[in-house]
Design a binder for this molecule. Sequence first.
Ligand code: MCA
Ligand code: AMP
Length: 512
Amino acid sequence: MDNQNLFATLRAGFPTDLDAVAIETADGPGAPLHYTWRDLDRATAMIANLLEGLALPAGSRVAVQTEKSVEALMLYLAVLRAGHVFLPLNTAYQSAEIEYFIGNAEPAVVVCSPKNFAWVSRIAFSAGTDHVFTLGDDRSGSLLERAAHCSDRHTPAVRQAGDLAAILYTSGTTGRSKGAMLSHGNLASNAQVLQRYWGWRPDDVLVHALPIFHVHGLFVASHGALLNGSRMIWFSKFDPKAAIGRFAEATVFMGVPTLYVRMLAEAALTPAACAHMRLFISGSAPLLTETFNDWRARTGHTILERYGMSETVMLTSNPCDAAQGERRGGTVGFPLPGVGVRVRDDQGRDCATGEIGGIEVTGPNVFSGYWRMPEKTKEEFTADGWFKTGDVGRFDAGGYVTIVGRSKDLIISGGYNVYPAEIEGVINDLPGVAESAVIGVPHPDFGEGVVAVVVPKPGASLDGAAIVADLKSRIANFKVPKHLFVVPDLPRNAMGKVQKNLLRDQHKGLFA
Ligand code: MCA
Ligand code: AMP
């Protein structure tokens, strides 16, 4: 049987001329650095051989928290190549968060930034991890030192479509993150569908400016370019002016809405600057119609908005090809080929066109379940096997999907998910706090801004600024409330439930 290893699928997309440039760095140490396709092939082989030499048990997880670099991408590809399971971690995560992920996933290997080795290795070794390597964004660290002694020839491990390729931690409506288990087949099928739907061409050039520890930057963007043998211009950190400066030699850009908002604030964003570009894609959070319209007015390009999740990779997309329809602002387009999308009411009945309900999905891209959480997994699927996204939306008469809200209590800030229950849990554990409510309100830069409303215990007095400072040492910076109010009590309904809608309404103008 064919090898379904995702690395093998991506490798088959490399161009015949392996000496052509695959990735050019636009920033970071030593930029511009040029990596050829042969470099990607050889370096991933060496790292894969290093991993194989560790004789890890089948299905071992490799957890990675490193700055964005081409070598970090190579590490991801090498983990696939060796047949292990990749577990990316946001660089903003603090020690308590890392402790949870490592404790929950029990990785056999952890790779971290050299500067974090002391605390990350302490957590990893006490959780039973056997190997901790370091990888800096300047090619430093023990991972590459060790890999340098390994052969640059490697045959990808044989994997079936259903075998686990990656675990992405996501949503924790009850406070704790769940590891979405994605298989080689989930990821490969989605990449292949997007290849056709977005009309990827080998001569495309992608400006890659997203982090590579989430679906958008790691899978959607990187897989697209690799599968098509297309060159990437690689930013380790998004810089609006610098990104615009590279559009003259590029054709594709992918961003969360905040990236588009920030580029719109640059005078350099003109039709001429974007004349060489073919496709601007947005996702991970709702793109405001205002941003969609302003972008068209400023550049002459119509942003293609698409919708996905960590559990499912990409689900719907506005068309790329005009023959299939226009790109409609405010919508997330059509279900992708092979992906089933339906909208159902609370009783599980299909909603009529235009009627709002819960979005449910099925397809070869949909994950198999949450890591070691069979009960949670069961709750999130319908009896007939469709995944309940927790997003609320509708189909219009033309078949376009519009997302109107979420039934899950989730804030999306600058494309990062923030789970109010998790932040409330941390705040409620602080001395003097009786209870709290965390909400998202409109934010001009991040789409939604995190706000906390905190009630002190009787007799206690709380200092909002001190709480925020304390939170910065406990949770990832993007989760820290941008504003914190200390109030005598929270609004509740007759059932005693906190009325977050009232709080959201009260504070909706906070960041205007
Ligand atoms: C940074 N800060 C933020 C955020 N990012 N605050 C709220 N939300 C954020 N997203 C704060 C930091 O806490 C810090 O605050 C200050 O901004 C500066 O931090 P820095 O790291 O320098 O910020 P930045 O470089 O300007 O980052 C902004 C960013 C970044 C470029 C928009 O957040 C980003 O790359 N977002 C993309 C996320 C993404 O890739 N999402 C895809 C998820 P202080 O100074 O107070 O400490 S995948 C997904 O959702 C699915 C499946 C899908 O459909 O794609
Ligand atoms: P994640 O947990 O990071 O996978 O985030 C997935 C969630 O992001 C989805 O369930 C949606 O709520 C949201 N999302 C992704 N793309 C879009 C989009 N284009 N418009 C609105 N929401 C989106």
